[in-house]
Ligand binder design. Sequence first.
Ligand code: ZN
Length: 1148
Amino acid sequence: MSHHHGHGCQQGSATVDYPQTNYGTGAKWIKHLTQGRLGTFNGGHYADVNLSQVLYHHRVDDSAYIKLQVWSAPGRSKPSFAEAMKQKFKPAKKGDEFGPSWTNHWWKVSVTLPAYWDQYEVVQFEFDPDCEAMIFTTDGTPLQGITGGWGGDRRVEFILPSEARKARKFDFVIESSCNGMFGVPWNGDTIEHPDMNRRFRLASADLVVLNQDAWQLLWDFSTLREISESLPGNTSLQNKALVTANAIMNTLDKDDLGSIDRSRKLAEAVFGEGWADKGDKIYEEGPDEASIWGIGHCHIDTAWLWPYQVTQQKVARSWSTQVDLMERYPEHRFTCSQAQQYKWLEQLYPPLFERVKAQVLAGRFHLVGGSWVENDSNMPSGEALARQFIFGQRYFESRFGMRCETAWLPDSFGLTGALPQLIRQAGMKYFFTQKLSWNNINTFPHSTFNWVGIDGTQVLCHMTPVDTYTAQATVGDVNKGVTNHKNLESSDISLLVFGNGDGGGGPLAKMLENLRRIRAAANNSREIPPVNMGHSVDEFFDVVAKKSDAGKALPNWNGELYLEFHRGTYTSHGSIKKGNRKSEVLLRDVEYLATLASLYKWHNPDYVYPNERINDCWEKVLLNQFHDVLPGSAIGMVYEDAEKLYAEVRKEGAQLIEDAWTTLFPTSYPLSNVAALKKRGSLVGFNTTHLPRRDVVKVPLGAGAANLKAQVVQASKDGSYGYALMDCSEGGPIATPTGLFADCMPVSVFTNGSGHFVLRNSSVQLTISEGRISSLVDVELGRELLTPGQTGGLVIFNDRPNYWDAWDVEIHHLETVHPLEFSNISVVAEGPLRASVKSEFKYRQSTITVTISLDAITASMKKDSRSLFIFDAVVDWHERHEFLKFELPLNLHNDVATYETQFGHVQRPTHNNTTWDMAKFEVCGHKYADLSEFGYGVAILSESKYGFSCRGNVLRISLLRAATAPDENQDQGMHEFSWAVMPHVGHFLESDVPQAAQLFNSPLPTRFVAGDGTKSPMLHVGPAFAVEGARNVFLETVKRGLDDKFESKGGDVSVVLRIYEAFGGHAQAWLKIAKHIPVSKIFATNLLEDHEAELSFLDSEDHAHHAVKLNFHGFEVKTIKLVLGRSDIQASSEGADHWITIDKPSFV
Ligand SMILES: [Zn+2]
């Protein structure tokens, strides 16, 4: 070694003349003091002598140069550009105040430039209204967003177009809006409710000329400082950066502008000689393979601490800013998700939409996610998740001619194991997420992995090691992409998703400048990871896939990505949960009925499938599934909007059902139409599920409804209503009223008159004693289902999470359990069809009414099915920071409980063995939660709640919370909701729990059909579509095809069915299609209805059906498209004899 070294020296440059003597002190530094010094280079206490003094050549703000006029829109109105321009403006000036919160103010700005500014290449207008704003041309094209105030997202500069600079005159328009990036939180604590009366001062409306070199030096210096401060350990690059930054501090002299250039020259020691002139070409030098892939992004919450209409402005501001930025930085790429935001832009800002579209087509503005919004993924139904992708992908395809390849849910509060299959079926194979870095118990072990869903489908998943989707593009961020990567052994690249979110407008110019410098440094040193730019997220994943041998080298994660945080969001804001579930069920009924009406057209030959109206309803439901709306974590204003949307869906859905019914039955009336009930006619139920069923339906019986009285089995004491038993036990669409069958189990209720009540039939029995459920018995088996000595009922927990109030219920809430007692109990129905007791009592400020009912029928038509106990609650809720649940201590034992998830179920531990098990103390479920052991189980069914838990043997459903941030009145007031307790013979897997839960959530749509209606062929025709041969296969959706042309006679006529396996095992099922449906072809498709395979079909044995055999694996979702033929007949036929050749009942 020494030999070679010596040899090398002789060959190299001349030896240094090392001095003989040294009387100096040497150059050893005190490193941390030098480090500390860097903070004084710009601004702060030394602003009058440091770099701050040379950042601007000129600044003017007087009226000779700047003329401002303003018009304030009334109230919280948000007029369009055109409307605003018609108003009368009045003079305004810097320093004026505007407000209150959420108001919009329009400015007309005229600037005149001094002649001596001709020498400058760049002149800026600096506008700081202390809130958000947007700059428009005078003809209404948005140019860029403004974020006022002094946050890290400050963006107040607008570079005047060069023509304007040359003309020394420019007119433009600004809209300022009185809210910040995070709305207007009370007292400045981000998650506090809004301060509705905040005012904002126009802090700046100045013309400025920047010293461009000084700004470049500022960015040089901050990169050097970041390198010195955030690279770990003691490395040569880190020291070199500190030495260089220190030398710059010694060189810069505010009175000698030449010192700026000299300082910048010093920075080349780290960035390389002449690096700055290379511009974006810096990314073409150095290492061939980058470790960090930079992509600009702006995570815009579709509503959160501000309402939807403010989001529309945020989108326009942010995206215009990015379009402007990509024109100045050729390497810049920007990606944004959420088709809904693109649609808003298209509707509200058409000129900007065209600019964005041009950048999309040019490959710089990237579509991502493929979904309608970045939805919550815990609570939407399987079909709703499918629609998120269908509506998203179809929108992107229709407007830009392309679909997304990468699903994108970085901020959703946990991700269902149903997603991988749906992502693949929506034409994507990659998935980006991030939120699990917020886990507050366990650290998620992977960054890049195969995510395998409940059915075995995988997607390639990247969870950025940078731990954020709003990175600031610092050296620390870039470095974390490597140091925090948990799978470097199998994949060594990371995504850097950078840019301010929400009102922050995405990446700032300084971030792009920083990344150029970081890359320049990496081109000269291996101590900093090389970052690249100019690529898409899809390309990043392509490289991961390729380098990992198509994922074979990566670890797998099976099942849900459970977020160990924000567990209160399954319950917060009961109204939004209920609106979501009811709308999902309503739209399924609407689509099914409208599909049949559009095929049969018996009583309205002009009926057209109301495709647009159904889609409008879906868009509203999908919008409210946004990841801060459905979880209940938004401000109160958002819920006012969401309730309106649900009310519109309810109204429209009811009308669409009315239209479909009158097409299928000429004269039918809703049961609410009491006057119509006096006519001669019959109750008719329309079964929109695929399941045979019996239902107890409450029917109003007023005076004159004698005819109806004969159709009910049981009337109320005062005769004002009765209960009919509707039978559809043979399957098919039509349920009719009937008397008690021999296999029904008449119910009864006993009381000893002093707080002891027993609801009973020959199937099950429930006892309330001293206000608590003291016994639950399977009568047929004589088996007690509650643990001896324990009781069930309502319970209250103190609910004070550590910070995120509406989001979190924390594990310590379980330490304070207060059982409530049902009191003031009375018998309200005595059987034989329904027996009910009602308890009405006060708890502190709240009134709780619970009616417990038992019917003479079983939960489903499965042979050994038991009866349900239905709990109907009406709660006037006025508590704060308390959590209401219902619990049952079951005499059952299992390590896991089962909860419904989208298109399947998920099992979670009931014990606290490990911290991973403990973390799941509150979990999300859909229509059921179940605790089973060999031979028996008990489920709780839910029709509008999503929070459950099973700890040990205690199964709970979460009912109401009461957070005060960010909505200070969350859940205050009236609530109506129901749940059911369902004992069942056999383990869950052998049970009818999923069927019963489906029926419990789908009340039988029942109408009164009068007069000619009783002759409707609908009453006599069998089911159009049925799934047989496998009880684990569910027909979820019946709708018309996405590509059908409804208004014209040409094109495909098709019906699309969504069918899935609900228990987690293989199945061979037959899809049967009634012969009168003229099927010409049948295709298996993906969610987007792309044909994947043509299926052969045959005559069924009964010759009444076409039959298709379908093979499923566990939790598989299939989409089947039936293409109907005989359009030739369609053109020639008329009236009730429409083109579908039905098997006409003889009497028609
Ligand atoms: Zn978010």
